[in-house]
Design a protein. Sequence first.
Length: 385
Amino acid sequence: MTDSAFIVRIALGEPAQPFLVSLDLSSNDLWVRAAHCHHCATLAHFNDLRRFDRFQSQTFRDGGAAAWNAGPSRLRLAFDTFRLGNATMPDVAFWQTLEPEESAEWHSPLDGVLGLAPPRKPESPLNVLLQTYRDSMKQPTFTLRMPEDGQAGALIFGHTPDAVNWVEVASHGTWAVELGQVAFSHLRMSGRAALVDPSSNCLVLPAADARLFFEQAQQSLAQDSRCSSLPRLSFVIGGQAYQLSGTDYGISRLGGCDLCVLADPDAAMWTLGEVFSRKFPVVYDFGSSPARIGFPVVSQASVAWRLAKTLALCALCMALLGVMGLAARRSSGVASGMVIRERLLRSRGAERLRQALVVPDSGLASHHDVTLLTPRSVSTDEMAA
């Protein structure tokens, strides 16, 4: 699988030190590489990376002498002024990385990671944003507008569509929801949950479900190699059905179709990645308790039911008016009438990530705040054998 990431420009400290970080909706931590990172010089490209220099910031506050160990990396807690788009927040918690590790993050051209999971810690970026701008934002929400045709997408705060199917998160601290049902081919599954995370490129399935799905996909492709022949995936969320066709999660290749579907032997739930959010843009409400996700209202059955209900009410009103008019005419003999949007990047190239990003000159006190997002790079995974 070729990985890619949503990239956003942030700044830390006073005066501001700029960084390009990837978005992670499964974490609510912010981390960047520290200028005094021990042994980081052993990384061939380290001198080309942006690093946070605490001695150059007038508002830096150390989080304590103890370092938090995460596997082979050492992180030290700190607090400083944080900027995202047009928002400036004081005393936001973040981690300085002090030791290199042999992970993809260390060998990427990015400077760190910004977590956008539901806020759990008082000093986490989303929580400080909520406390600082609660009265300025129209609503305490954010959404990712996906890049289209090489154009930048957007990370938008404080704006929610009119018609939303709100679903509360299934577990504290994650953007996971319960799935009423998952269906493909002739199979129906219940008791599932899904992490709604467009920062993950593809659909990710627990091993047992993935095995069943790949069997059905292989049978379909054996008869017709086009992506359109793949099974339709249906997810019932909040009482509405959201369907992905084979062309939604498959990438057409010469002579065949690759699937943007992965199997994770350690996963306990599904992950609805970018292929889902591109078709069904969602809104994340980080100000409610518990947090909730707003899905678009797309269920034809729901629309038809509301239409039928409206028509029935209209018919009832007309009948009542007719009865009232008849009664009035009988009593008086006279006929009477009544008038009732910083750029978010989708990229893999190191040089493209170093381009300057333009932020719209508008405040959070306006309708909403837009952080422009990168052009999308397609990520696929071949179907398991």
